[in-house]
Write a protein that binds this ligand. Structure first.
Ligand SMILES: CC(C)=CCNc1ncnc2c1ncn2[C@@H]1O[C@H](COP(=O)(O)O)[C@@H](O)[C@H]1O
Ligand SMILES: [Zn+2]
Length: 345
């Protein structure tokens, strides 16, 4: 079996929340800069063998947000996260983040996005070997008005960012709010050509909301843990996802540590991959869940006994699922083939 390590198959990361992806090295620096907050590193990450309830996981983000409340923090974490993914072998990264306003530091939502975009540009100018795109995130807890405001902002940036802003993410505590309130904003985003990556069926018993959001349809699904009948979803949901061939972004460590999946071997990767449905392995929050993309590929390979060819096929398929323009996809396919030749020669 293939040993997944640096510069191998981990060429595409499509599901990474900026503030959840901050490494422990960067986090230690942020903590040291703000001693008055009395934050310890154990409050911002869930380490090996530890598990938390979904609620506790979301509290972790609140702690992290206190550490990233200034323009310079957003710039630092964005550049660090990009460089870390690049050194794990990632050649194409779709980052997502929720624009935040911080009255105490003067940070505005627009400035937030501008800073992320500046950091992306800075990495490119420095020659960091990874193409980066950005999804503006809607936090479902913030309701209809904020969602619409976020879509309008994403529309503006998709025009002014030279193609870096490619779409929207819907995330936030899945137990709060209802997808139906967000349909008009998401519909508008679609009509203006923005791509949609939606967290869907991340927790049980959301069939009605899931069916509604699927009717948009989204361009990719985050998690989709409870879509299939065996876990309380339905065949109808599975059929819709398959018919529309909507790729799933799967984050194994995140689901185990957040306890929505009971053990690695029960992860829904198995169900969907057996159906031949496009599945993309992702990290979700590599900082919070103490993982890396290469580790996620290794986990899938060992848990499901995947052959080397199967692992390569997974990373090749991820290229098709990205929101990059065709020219970028072509380039990635060429690099994928080159890496494969180098590694197996
Ligand atoms: C709790 C848990 C198991 C997390 C993994 N699953 C997730 N589900 C929904 N939203 C998420 C998840 N992980 C991160 N986020 C979103 O991403 C935010 C952090 O990144 P950012 O501030 O948008 O840059 C969180 O506040 C939350 O809105
Ligand atoms: Zn996520």
């Amino acid at each position: 079996m293939l040993t997944v390590s640096q510069d191998t198959v981990t060429i595409e990361e499509l599901h990474a929340h900026l503030n959840g992806s901050i490494s422990s090295a960067t986090m230690q620096r942020l903590i040291a800069q703000k001693p008055h907050l009395h934050i310890q590193h154990s409050m911002t990450a869930i380490n090996r063998g530890q598990r938390r309830t979904l609620d506790e996981c979301f509290q972790v983000f609140e702690v992290i947000h206190q550490l990233t409340d200034r323009v310079e923090d957003i710039f630092t974490v964005t550049t660090d996260v990009i460089k870390e993914f690049a050194s794990d072998g990632v050649k194409y990264l779709e980052l997502r983040s929720t624009p935040r306003e911080e009255k105490s530091t003067g940070l505005t939502k627009r400035k937030y996005v501008e800073t992320v975009l500046e950091a992306i540009k800075h990495c490119k100018q420095e020659g960091v070997d990874v193409e980066v795109r950005f999804l503006v995130a809607i936090d479902r807890r913030h309701g209809t008005e904020v969602a619409m405001e976020t879509v309008k902002m994403a529309e503006d940036f998709s025009v002014s960012s030279d193609g870096v802003v490619v779409g929207l993410d819907l995330s936030g505590d899945p137990t709060v709010g209802h997808g139906k309130d967000l349909i008009p904003s998401l519909q508008r985003a679609r009509n203006s050509g923005l791509k949609l990556a939606l967290h869907l069926a991340e927790v049980p018993s959301q069939q009605e909301e899931t069916q509604l959001l699927l009717s948009l349809p989204p361009d990719r699904i985050g998690h989709g843990t409870f879509l299939h009948p065996e876990v309380g979803g339905s065949q109808e949901l599975v059929d819709t996802v398959m018919k529309k061939r909507i790729p799933l972004e799967l984050c194994m460590t995140s689901n185990i540590k957040g306890q929505t999946v009971s053990s690695y071997d029960k992860h829904h990767f198995l169900y969907w991959n057996n159906l031949g449905h496009p599945c993309v392995l992702c990290t979700d929050d590599k900082g919070v869940f103490a993982t890396e993309l290469s580790q996620e590929y290794q986990l899938a390979a060992t848990t499901f006994n995947l052959s080397t060819a199967e692992v390569w096929a997974l990373s090749e398929q991820a290229i098709d699922c990205s929101f990059a323009p065709e020219s970028v996809k072509q380039d990635l396919r060429r690099r994928w083939a080159q890496l494969k030749r180098e590694i197996h020669s």
